[in-house]
Design a protein around this ligand. Structure first.
Ligand code: FAD
Ligand code: SF4
Ligand code: SF4
Length: 486
């Protein structure tokens, strides 16, 4: 079957078809269509089956990419799914939202000259097809264990850990202050990148596999109706994993920064996602978080900013501008998303930063200043300095702050000063043990590494689960634990 591979010279790269921009603006559905089986097989056949696959080296999950590409090219789709899902809990999600240009595809050796293999699109196809064929099954552990694990946070980090621990037979309980599972995959990332149904079907599958979810139950300092005390959680479970992500929005300074009409990106996106899920959101009905008919200015240059500008377009904004203090080449967000945003009608104002927000009882304009890039610092990042006398004003009756996120102060919020955090507020854990300063309490995902990616949260969740298992086994060896056959 080797003749099916190495086709990159003869077969050009084809990404899945993208819906036209005018069509995309009308709804919050995904913009890329699925590969069909023939396209997936043909595109997989472009892989040159490298002896040292740099694609895998640069995938945070070390996915066995050449193997599942070969199986797909050969039409062995059930096996391709087995291989792909062995290292990734949510391959169809990573296939959709990983920044492949910076990870696997950006490091594909045929990228130079021939354009990379479309790894993400094939990964998505393989798992979507597996769902359609009924090959994606709930977990059935071969034996049940009595030990229980409490996981705080139902984002990708917590969910990946929950699956891995449940596979080993543990009693797994996941607590989340939200009413739905998925973390930022459900309430942060918009449907045009990741349709909500993809996340919801994973939730249902995990429940069928015996993972217990306690939704609308935040962890805090004291027990209450909607909250469970961290101390109670520790007493209830043999081990605890903290996977709470980062939610403290960075503040915006300058005169007028507190005016009504200036909103946080997380509130804006959560509202939009809730509406897509059919929820009633009073803050939207009052017009506070609705871009319809408004001149919208989004401040920031990361993935969150890209998601906000594209959401505003879909809500029918009169104009949408993205204000970023560096240039296109130096922005943290994915260039693929900038292109998508531009196609949909977003205007980027590069090298510009806000100075003040104008308006009496509501924001009406942003006064901004041009910036110039200066010398690089020790990290290689260029400084940015304002250009004197370059001030200008942009109309704005909705301003969205998308400047990034920091961790919430967990030790104070949870009444547990012994929980060590770094000077940035991220949870301190052992590099290989994933254990925090408290015995039996582990950490994973954004709360440990700071705002990152879904694929890294999955990786951390899997690694933390393995360390929790080892720690419980070690403890069990000292005081034998009951292991009951199913
Ligand atoms: P989260 O996904 O944040 O989940 C944490 C969960 O913990 C949440 O459900 C929260 O409700 C819960 N929680 C928090 N505190 C408590 C508490 N006290 N008690 C109970 N529950 C609690 N990554 C990509 O790879 N691709 C993208 O395209 C992408 N786009 C993004 C767009 C936006 C707008 C944002 C904000 C992020 C994006 N990311 C993207 C980053 C990615 O979503 C995160 O890195 C990832 O979700 C982190 O996973 P996590 O499990 O650590 O945390
Ligand atoms: Fe690429 Fe992400 Fe899939 Fe890894 S998980 S192969 S980085 S799309
Ligand atoms: Fe195939 Fe590219 Fe990976 Fe090589 S680097 S194995 S060509 S996908």
């Amino acid at each position: 079957m080797a003749d099916r591979m190495l086709q990159f010279v003869a077969v050009p790269q084809r990404q899945p078809e993208k819906r036209g921009a005018a069509d995309r603006r009308q709804d919050h559905d995904e913009i890329y269509r699925d590969f069909d089986t023939a396209q997936a097989e043909t595109q997989s056949g472009r892989c040159s089956q490298c002896g040292v696959p740099f694609c895998s080296v640069h995938c945070p999950l070390s996915n066995n990419i050449p193997d599942w590409l070969k199986l797909t090219a050969e039409g062995r789709l059930a096996e391709a799914y087995e291989v792909s899902s062995a290292t990734n809990n949510f391959p169809e999600i990573c296939g959709r939202i990983c920044p492949q240009d910076r990870l696997c595809e950006g490091n594909c050796v045929i990228e130079k000259g021939f354009e990379s293999v479309t790894i993400g699109a094939v990964e998505r196809f393989v798992t979507d097809n597996a769902w359609e064929q009924g090959w994606v099954k709930p977990i059935r552990p071969s034996a049940e264990r009595t030990a229980s694990i409490g996981i705080v946070g139902a984002g990708p980090g917590g969910l990946a850990a929950a699956e891995q621990l449940r596979r080993l037979g543990y009693q797994v309980h996941v607590y989340d202050r939200h009413d739905r599972v998925g973390g930022l995959m459900i309430y942060g990332i918009p449907g045009f990148k990741l349709e909500k149904e993809i996340v919801l079907r994973r939730h249902a599958l995990m429940e069928q596999g015996g993972i217990v979810f306690h939704l609308g139950r935040g962890v805090g300092a004291q027990d209450g109706d909607r909250e469970i005390a961290f101390a109670t959680l520790r007493a209830r479970h043999d081990a605890v994993l903290i996977a709470t992500g980062v939610y403290e929005s960075r503040a915006l300074g300058g005169p007028g920064a507190g005016l009504p009409g200036i909103v946080k990106a997380i509130d804006y996106l959560t509202t939009s996602n809730r509406l897509s899920l059919g929820d009633a959101v009073p803050a939207f009905d009052s017009g506070e978080l609705d871009a319809a008919g408004r001149h919208v200015v989004v401040i920031g240059g990361g993935d969150t900013a890209m998601d906000c500008v594209r959401t505003a377009i879909r809500q029918g904004a009169a104009s949408v501008k993205c204000l970023y203090r560096r240039d296109r080449a130096n922005m943290p967000g994915s260039l693929r998303e900038v292109k998508n945003a531009e196609e949909e009608g977003v205007e980027f104002v590069w090298l510009a930063a806000p100075e003040a927000f104008l308006g009496d009882d509501r924001v009406t304009a942003v006064r901004a200043v041009r910036m110039r890039l200066g010398l690089a610092d020790a990290t290689g990042r260029q400084s940015v300095d304002p250009v004197e006398g370059s001030g200008f004003t942009l109309d704005a009756d909705l301003v969205v702050k998308a400047l990034g996120f920091d961790p919430e102060p967990l030790p104070a919020l949870w009444g547990e000063p012994a929980l060590d955090v770094s000077r940035w507020g991220t949870l301190k854990v052992g590099q290989t043990s994933f254990m925090s300063s408290l015995p039996g309490v582990f950490g994973a995902g954004d709360i440990v590494r700071g705002a990152s990616l879904v694929v890294w949260a999955i990786r951390d969740g899997r690694d933390a689960a393995e360390q929790i298992h080892r720690w419980l086994e070690r403890n069990a060896a000292e005081a034998p634990m009951q292991v009951a056959a199913e």
